[in-house]
Design a protein around this ligand. Structure first.
Ligand code: GUN
Length: 290
C-alpha cells in the first residue's frame, strides 16, 4: 500500500495564510510593518537562490525585506558592525545570517550568530534561544524543525507517546528537532554517524526524521511498516536531479506517510521564517510597551 503523501505546499499555504492575517492585523492595529534583514556573504549559488526565495516570500505577505549582500573578503569586525546596526534598527525585527559562511569566516560562525539580538534571532540559533528550547520555553525556534512539527500537527499525526527517531545531530535540525518532539511528549532517539546498527533503531520508529545530507540513505528495510517518514535532506545528484535522504520510491511502499523531495519540508522552512519574523515583531512591540 502506498503511503500518504505529505506535500509541503498545502501546509506552507496554510501557515502563510495565517501569517498574512497576523501581518495585516499588526499593521492595522499598531501601524508597524514586520521587517526581516537577511545577510548573505559571498557568492554561494545555492544560498543566493534561498535568499531570493526568502525575499520574494516576504514581499508576498507584506513583510518588509532587506537583503544585505557582503563581499566574501569582508572581515569579522565589519560583519559584527553590520549586525550591531541591524540590532538597533527599529524597522528590522528579524535578522538572519545566511549559512554557510565563506571558508575564511567559518571559525567565527558561533560568535557572529551570538551577536544577533536573541529577540531578533529568527533562525533560533542564539544560545539563549537554544537554551530556552532545551528547557521547554519555546521562543524563536529553528525554522526547519519547526516546519517538521507543523507538518505533523497539520496532518493530525499524533506525537505524544510515539517513538520518534532522528537521524542527524546538527544544531540546525537534529538537536532542536529532538527538543521539539520531547516537549510534545514523544520518546526520542537521536542517531548519528557513530550509531551502531542503525537499521535496528530506525525500524522501531513510529516517526522517522532524516537530516544527514546523504542521497537515498534510508532504504525500505530501515522503516517500520506504517511509520511517518519526514525527509529533511536536499541532495543534488550528478544528473542535477534533487533528491532527499530517503529512497522515496521504495520507502513509500512501506511507510504510512512520507514527505517528498523536492516539494516537502523545504517549503515549510520559509513559511516558518515568515512566522518567526512576525512573532519577533510582536514580541519587540510588547517588550517596548511593557
Ligand atoms: N542555510 C541553509 N538553511 C539555513 C537556515 O535555516 N538558516 C540560515 N541562517 N542559513 C541557512
Amino acid at each position: 500500500m502506498a503511503a500518504r503523501l505529505l506535500e509541503g505546499k498545502f501546509f506552507a499555504a496554510e501557515i502563510k495564510k495565517s501569517v498574512y492575517i497576523e501581518v495585516e492585523n499588526f499593521k492595522k492595529n499598531q501601524g508597524i510593518t514586520p521587517g526581516l534583514a537577511v545577510i548573505i556573504v559571498g557568492e554561494n549559488a545555492a544560498s543566493k537562490v534561498y535568499v531570493a526565495n526568502k525575499h520574494k516570500a516576504c514581499e508576498e505577505l507584506g513583510i518588509y525585506s532587506e537583503v544585505i549582500r557582503m563581499a566574501e573578503t569582508i572581515s569579522k569586525q565589519e560583519l559584527l558592525e553590520q549586525i550591531a546596526s541591524l540590532n538597533k534598527n527599529t524597522a528590522i525585527h528579524g535578522i538572519l545570517l545566511q549559512l554557510p559562511l565563506p571558508e575564511a569566516l567559518r571559525n567565527d560562525e558561533a560568535e557572529l550568530l551570538k551577536a544577533i539580538h536573541p529577540d531578533k534571532d529568527v533562525d533560533g540559533f542564539h544560545p539563549v534561544n537554544v537554551g530556552k528550547l532545551a528547557t521547554g520555553q519555546e521562543h524563536l525556534v529553528p525554522c526547519t524543525p519547526a516546519g517538521c512539527i507543523k507538518i505533523l500537527e497539520l496532518a493530525n499525526i499524533e506525537i505524544a507517546g510515539k517513538h520518534a527517531v532522528i537521524i542527524g545531530r546538527s544544531n540546525i535540525v537534529g538537536k532542536p528537532m529532538a527538543n521539539l518532539l520531547l516537549a510534545r511528549h514523544a520518546t526520542v532517539t537521536i542517531c548519528h554517524s557513530r550509531t551502531v546498527d542503525l537499521p535496528s533503531i530506525t525500524s522501531q520508529a513510529d516517526i522517522l526524521i532524516v537530516a544527514i545530507g546523504k542521497a537515498h540513505f534510508v532504504t525500505k528495510d530501515m522503516v517500520k511498516p506504517g511509520a511517518v517518514v519526514i525527509d529533511v535532506g536536499i541532495n543534488r545528484l550528478a544528473d542535477k536531479k534533487l533528491v532527499g535522504d530517503v529512497n522515496f520510491e521504495e520507502v513509500k511502499e512501506v511507510a504510512g506517510a512520507i514527505t517528498p523531495v523536492p516539494g516537502g519540508v523545504g517549503l515549510l522552512t520559509i513559511a516558518m521564517l515568515l512566522s518567526n519574523t512576525v512573532k519577533a515583531a510582536v514580541l519587540q512591540h510588547n517588550t517596548k510597551n511593557s
